[in-house]
Design a protein around this ligand. Structure first.
Ligand code: AMP
Length: 212
């Protein structure tokens, strides 16, 4: 099963991907997490993308597509994968379809988690992330058991630079311009399913589980 999660930043893609990962037993590939890991470890890739990510703009298409193409050729992706945050532009989607097509392969399902901009802005203000393990929380919707402490690894939680309000607003502009067109792209291919992401995390999960 090869699944893409679409949706604005902060729509809950990552949380929902995490919730179905266990059911399907396939890995999640989050391009944002891969970049953040590289920034944290100060790798050449991290150095290249840090300023772009901090401003809320997109990393160049060829760089991201190559990264994902390498990642899906690893053994753990043999039975499928969940893509969170990729593709984010039409050229990425087209190139990815071409790469899969060469292997006689294709995406099975694209889930669009829909949340209006105003809700995104208020949600992102409450988002907290663990820089050590990448787990994310929300002060209202997914509070950690201990305030500001990661449930998974016990590390202190922080606000990502790109979750700050001005950057979030820019990420939404970038999303509408570059990523939203992917909704029609996959709809025309008959792959798209829309999910109302404004509801409770558990309800959204039930609906997604029903689609699988
Ligand atoms: P995310 O955690 O998915 O919101 O990604 C964080 C940041 O990483 C984005 O704001 C972009 O700067 C960059 N990024 C992640 N995925 C992509 C992608 N598919 N194409 C371009 N840039 C990306």
């Amino acid at each position: 099963m090869k699944i893409i999660f679409l949706g604005a930043p902060g729509a809950g893609k990552g949380t929902q991907a995490e919730m179905i990962r266990g059911k399907l037993g396939i890995p999640i590939i989050s391009t944002g997490d891969i970049f953040r890991q590289n920034i944290k470890n100060r790798t050449p890739l991290g150095e290249k993308v840090k300023a772009i990510i901090d401003s809320g703009e997109l990393v160049p298409d060829s760089l991201v597509t190559e990264l994902v193409s390498d990642r899906i050729s690893r053994e753990d992706c043999a039975d499928g994968y969940i893509l969170d945050g990729f593709p984010r532009t039409i050229p990425q989607a087209e190139e990815f379809d071409r790469i899969l097509g060469e292997k006689g392969d294709a995406i099975d399902l694209v889930i669009d988690v829909e949340v209006p901009d105003e809700a995104i802005i208020s949600r992102m203000g409450g988002r907290r992330t663990c820089p050590a393990c990448g787990e994310s929380f929300h002060v209202v919707y997914k509070a950690p058991r201990k305030e500001n402490i990661c449930d998974r690894c016990g590390g202190p939680l922080t606000i990502r630079d790109d979750d700050k309000e001005e950057v979030v607003k820019n990420r939404l502009v970038v999303y509408h311009k570059n990523t939203q067109p992917l909704i029609s792209y996959y709809e025309e291919k008959g792959k798209l399913r829309r999910v109302d992401g404004t509801r409770d995390i558990g309800e959204v999960h039930e609906e997604i589980a029903g689609l699988l």
